[in-house]
Design a protein around this ligand. Structure first.
Ligand code: BG6
Length: 474
């Protein structure tokens, strides 16, 4: 670690903080009028089977009980010096089924209380409007975002929360990892048809509906409060060719385009030319309604936000190599990188590349709204009570932040950085509690046992110092 007096490379108003999502930590899944969301019937995580009803083995139903403990948790975030806190509003707390005319007042009140509590400490909320938690009724009755009617339901929901919190929240994200609908359509897009049976036509039509809804939210948000900063949120994954063989380079380009599609439309306001051929070859004809084109063109985002966990490698002949088992978007294993316990390949330099790529492409401010290491922590007795000696997490975060510093020197404009799961919460992909990311340990286990007590890990003090020194200690 460099000395505390080292000059920082981070801008003065850099937004340091942490990120969460309602369905992974609130719990209280059926309290105060909340309806079910797609998460309540996926006990094994976003890639697992779907149940008819919520089952007791689903850890997300209780989460870490943030719903009742938010004051205690926010006090800990404030102790670390958070400038910003990313969370989502659970759509089904506000509109339990998603298609009602009037919202659930108790749900709205909860977020009023939460934002007021953050304001006490001067912590800026960063709110995701839809984070893998589409109301279940919209999945079962309408087949989620394949149905154009979802745009109207989403508009009613965002209008309601924009109006209610217009003086409490400034930063908004329209859809979490919007590109993940291509890989996990139920979790991401509330699409009940299993991926194997879903036609490409229906899948890309669903994508179109989400993109139009996102532009509509940007329009409505700016009308309600012109000071709102509204961003898209994509799962970012730098993509490397396995070899310099031009066929591998081409495969890399084609894979990247599948992801760029989403940020390109959000930032440039139109479908890119490169997708025309893919649509043609796959028999996809996107149905545009009157006004869609104008909406996309005139209501582009104020900033680009993204999650960053890993890079991927593509080859024209992937069968010739071993494949990256845990890299969620697939690809072959990168022999130069180590992996987390879940097989996610760790690549700090990839973060610098992504930042440069996005900035070069759009010249819009960037916000890293997820990054972190999921690891199996062991609670030990420390001088001040139970703690976790998570040097591996500190090492991971430091290496990534060093690369953010490099990107800043490269000339990239970065608004802020929120680590994923700043307090331990339930994993999205595996629904485990043991895949921990937090600075704060939560006593809950994969079998659902535990007191839910909170303990500070070693990384808690480290991150506090990062924020205090505005990154000079990295
Ligand atoms: C992102 C999601 O994909 O990664 C989060 O936006 C998720 O919801 C995070 O929790 C980490 O993934 P996982 O599967 O380890 O929880």
């Amino acid at each position: 670690m460099k000395g505390l007096n080292t000059m920082t490379r981070f801008p003065k108003n850099f937004l340091w903080g942490g990120a969460t999502a309602a369905n992974q930590y609130e719990g209280a899944y059926n309290l105060d009028g909340k309806g079910l969301s797609v998460q309540d019937v996926t006990p094994k995580g976003g890639f697992g089977p779907v149940t008819e009803e919520p089952t007791p083995d689903n850890l997300k139903l209780e989460g870490i009980d943030f719903y009742h403990r938010y004051k205690e948790d926010i006090a800990l975030f404030a102790e670390m010096g958070f400038k910003v806190f990313r969370t989502s509003i659970a759509w089904s707390r506000i509109f339990p089924n998603g298609d009602e005319e009037t919202p659930n007042e108790k749900g709205l009140q909860f977020y009023d209380d939460l934002f007021d509590e953050l304001a006490k400490y001067g912590i800026e909320p960063l709110v995701t409007l839809s984070h893998y938690e589409t109301p279940l009724h919209l999945a079962r009755t309408y087949n989620g975002w394949t149905n154009r009617e979802l745009i109207g339901f989403y508009e009613r929901y965002v209008r309601t929360v924009f109006t209610r919190y217009k003086d409490k929240v400034k930063y908004w994200l329209t859809f979490n990892e919007v590109n993940s609908v291509l890989h996990a359509p139920f979790m991401s897009g509330g699409i009940a048809t299993p991926l194997e049976e879903l036609s490409k036509q229906d899948l890309y039509q669903a994508v179109h509906h989400e993109l139009v809804a996102s532009a509509l939210a940007t329009k409505v948000g700016h009308e309600i409060n012109p000071d709102f900063k509204i961003g898209c949120m994509v799962l970012a994954m730098p993509t490397y060719p396995m070899t310099p063989d031009p066929r591998d380079v081409l495969a890399t380009r084609q894979f990247s385009n599948q992801n760029y599609l989403f940020s390109d439309i959000h930032a440039r306001g139109k479908y890119p030319n490169y997708i025309t051929r893919f649509f043609k070859e796959n028999g996809i004809k996107i149905q545009f309604a009157d006004g869609d084109k104008e909406l996309l063109a005139h209501h582009t985002v104020d900033f680009i936000s993204f999650s960053y966990y890993m890079s991927t490698v593509q080859a024209h002949n992937p069968e010739a190599y071993s494949s990256g088992k845990g890299n969620i978007l697939g690809g072959v294993t990168n022999p130069y990188l180590e992996s987390s316990e879940w097989g996610w390949q760790i690549d700090p330099i990839g973060l610098r590349l992504v930042l440069n790529d996005f900035y070069d492409r759009y010249q819009l401010p960037l916000f890293i709204v997820e990054n972190g290491l999921g690891a199996k922590d062991v609670l030990v007795e420390g001088p001040n009570g139970p703690t976790v000696e998570d040097d591996y997490r500190i090492d991971y975060l430091r290496k990534h932040l060093e690369q953010v510093g490099e990107a800043l020197e490269d000339g990239v404009e970065v608004m802020g950085y929120t680590t994923w799961g700043c307090i331990d919460l339930v994993s999205a992909s595996t629904a485990e509690m043991s895949k921990r990311y937090g600075f704060i340990y939560v006593d809950r286990h994969d079998d659902g046992t535990g007191s839910l007590a909170r303990y500070k890990k070693k990384s808690f003090d480290w991150y506090k110092e990062v924020i205090e020194t505005n990154g000079a200690n990295i």
